[in-house]
Design a protein around this ligand. Structure first.
Ligand SMILES: Cc1ncc(C[n+]2csc(CCOP(=O)(O)OP(=O)(O)O)c2C)c(N)n1
Length: 651
């Protein structure tokens, strides 16, 4: 290839990006222009991918962590032959296009993860690399994970957590290209980011290298060297100029997040030796050069497929899975007044299914003894042996969430991870991304209320259920007893299009006789657990640990001649999805006397109780005391429920 063709290939990435941002009249041209040399070398010479089959399991994964530079990725996808037309590039950021402002997984072929919230993509890539190492140890998978990361990515805490565990695990399949352009939105990185980034990464255990990000030979050598490192993740700091080639905006934050402007685009194209009158122009020889990726990719995939040597059985069981009926494996419990904690029931469920579900990789953010996430036969993933099925995330909840997203996105893995419910706040940005991406990620959130007792208000979640329920496409499941907990695991594993949060108690819960074979009922989100002999005068709604309180109130009221129904409601989201007839059968419109009890913020409950109902919850922080005292002092008692029912009856 003549160097001028190579230069025109790189400049085509730049001009496409500039033109698309200009046409949309919004977007980020500077980063794609600055990283075009790096991206060109990576995508045409190193990345092992097949644009005709973006789902080839052994493809290298590429993450554009600095998602604001989306036009860089869209340009590469179009140019190398993914199913993304030039018309889509021209429709950048428009309604109904496959080229939204930030890359969205599932929408655009070849986009491996949704990025935009800085740092998430960095950590997703670590999860992908862990998954790849896991499969590498158990099969012949051997791909790399590459990412382009920015100053913003490296400033974010989540990337620092993820970099730390990536170094610990020695993920040699991870090669990150850092856009070291020393510019962020507010201006120079001198304003707020002056540490020695490479020394920091060296301390994490990464291999590092600093290069000129516009010297393509330097880039080639650095990536080739990184591939040889083998036992460490690699960070290549590529010194670049944001808005490269723009006579008046190169090196300035002005090119970061707004169109260059017609006049500046003309000047920039002239500087590239480009015809300034041409827009979205792709020279034929440039396209032909990029499109070699199709032939090369088909050959790579075919060669890999041809090498099948019998070590594929595990890959197949994980990548071509069908729904598993775990009913015969999951524990069932007889009625038991003493009962067990739902976290313990979850641990029992995991003991039963942990090794039976291929690709299930558990973990916890250093709360194994509390979350009970480890299962019989678990085996930790470590640098010395990646074949395990459990990850010690360390005290890194945010990265745990983003790493689980990466594992799920990689494919083949069903990740779950545990922490205290109160620290779901630390996972929240990643939960939101899992919900947005519609990926199967399971959280085990234990110590789910003031019921954890003496650890006090710092550890007692109050607003967390409401906050988790507020995330669209997130399913929150708060099982009432051990049988509902077994059912919750089946529901979570069956759910392929979004995250599920299992919300579990520290304290024991009685097992109800009525929850034998509760699976199909729990899957509807809410069901009648106990009913009145005749027509109920009131409905008592509860979740999790408060279902037992509701049952006591129900019995007490029955003795007083007040017939009530108890609805156990492990999941609002699942109940909402039921048809009107089922919802009416559970919550008859005519019964307006409804009392909900939940040891959490009452926020949102009126959706189920209606205006005439009563919500017994907690609208303040907790206290440090034995949990029985807290329930009594905060008024979460059968008596309070019974009184509310009686008051409601007088409406
Ligand atoms: C978590 C998060 N916070 C803030 C933003 C808004 N934002 C977008 S890009 C950016 C920083 C830009 O600097 P850099 O990452 O160096 O990108 P460059 O300017 O080099 O394109 C910020 C703060 C974001 N996308 N994500």
């Amino acid at each position: 290839m003549t160097s001028s063709l190579e230069q025109r290939c790189v400049d085509t990435i730049r001009t496409l990006s500039m033109d698309a941002v200009q046409k949309a009249n919004s977007g980020h041209p500077g980063m794609p222009m600055g990283m075009a040399d790096v991206a060109f070398v990576l995508w045409t010479e190193f990345l092992r991918h097949n644009p005709a089959n973006p789902h080839w399991v052994n493809r290298d994964r590429f993450v554009l962590s600095a998602g604001h530079g989306s036009m860089l990725l869209y340009s590469l996808l179009h140019l190398t032959g993914y199913d993304l037309s030039l018309d889509e590039i021209k429709a950048f950021r428009q309604w109904g296009s496959k080229t939204p402002g930030h890359p969205e997984h599932g929408l655009t072929p070849g986009v491996e993860t949704t990025t935009g919230p800085l740092g998430q993509g960095f950590a997703n890539g670590v999860g992908m690399a862990i998954a790849a190492k896991h499969f590498g140890a158990r099969s012949r998978m051997d791909h790399h994970v590459y990412a382009i990361v920015s100053d913003g990515d490296l400033m974010e805490g989540v990337s620092q957590e993820a970099a730390s565990i990536a170094g610990h695990l020695g993920l040699g399949n991870l090669i990150y290209l850092y856009d070291d352009n020393k510019i962020t939105i507010d201006g120079s990185t001198d304003l707020a980011f002056t540490e020695d980034v490479l020394k920091r990464f060296q301390a994490y255990g990464w291999h590092t290298r600093a290069i000129d990000g516009h010297d393509r030979d330097d880039i080639r050598h650095a990536i080739a060297e990184a591939q040889l490192v083998g036992d460490k993740p690699c960070l290549i700091a590529c010194r670049t100029q944001i808005g490269y080639g723009s006579p008046n905006k190169q090196g300035s934050e002005e090119s970061h997040g707004s169109p260059l402007g017609e006049a500046e685009i003309r000047l920039t194209k002239e500087a590239y030796g480009w015809d300034p009158d041409l827009q979205f122009h792709i020279p034929d020889d440039v396209l032909a050069h990029f499109r070699q990726a199709l032939e090369k990719g088909a050959a790579l995939e075919a060669a890999w497929n041809a090498e099948a040597d019998g070590r594929d059985a595990y890959l197949e069981s994980c990548f071509q899975r069908s729904a598993m009926d775990l009913a015969t494996l999951l524990p069932a419990y007889a009625a038991d007044a003493k009962g067990i904690a739902s976290r313990k029931a979850s641990g029992n469920a995991l003991d039963a299914i942990g090794t039976a579900v291929p690709g299930l990789i558990g973990g916890t953010a250093d709360l194994g003894g509390s979350n009970l996430t480890a299962f019989k036969g678990f085996h930790a993933i470590q640098k010395s042996d990646y074949s395990g099925n459990y990850l010690h995330h360390g005290v890194r909840e945010h990265a745990m969430g983003a790493i689980m997203n990466g594992m799920a996105l990689h494919g083949g893995v069903i990740p779950y991870g545990g922490t205290f419910l109160v620290f779901s706040d630390y996972c929240r940005p990643a939960i939101r991304m899992a919900a947005l991406m519609k990926i199967r990620v399971i959280y085990v959130f234990t110590h789910d209320s003031i019921g954890l007792g003496e650890d006090g208000p710092t550890h007692q979640p109050v607003e967390h259920l409401a906050a988790l329920r507020a995330i669209p496409n997130n399913v929150v499941l708060r099982p009432a007893d051990a049988n509902e907990t077994s059912a919750a695991w089946q529901i979570a594993l069956d759910r392929t299009d979004g995250p599920t949060c299992l919300v579990l108690t520290r304290q024991n819960l009685p097992t109800f006789a009525q929850t034998a074979d509760v699976g199909p009922k729990a899957a509807k989100g809410a069901y009648v657990l106990a009913d009145a002999d005749g027509a109920p005068e009131a409905v008592i709604l509860a979740t999790g640990s408060e279902v037992a309180i509701a049952m006591q109130a129900h019995e007490q009221l029955a003795a007083e001649g007040v017939p009530t129904r108890v609805v156990s409601m492990p999941s609002w989201e699942l109940f909402r999805k039921q048809d009107a007839a089922y919802r009416e059968a559970v919550l008859p419109a005519t019964v307006r006397n409804r009392v909900a009890i939940e040891a959490a913020s009452p926020f949102g409950w009126t959706e189920w109780t209606g205006d005439a109902g009563t919500v017994i919850g907690i609208d303040h922080f907790g206290e440090s005391a034995p949990y029985q005292v807290l329930y009594r002092e905060f008024g979460l008692t059968p008596q309070a429920v019974a009184e509310a029912v009686k008051r409601g009856g007088s409406h």
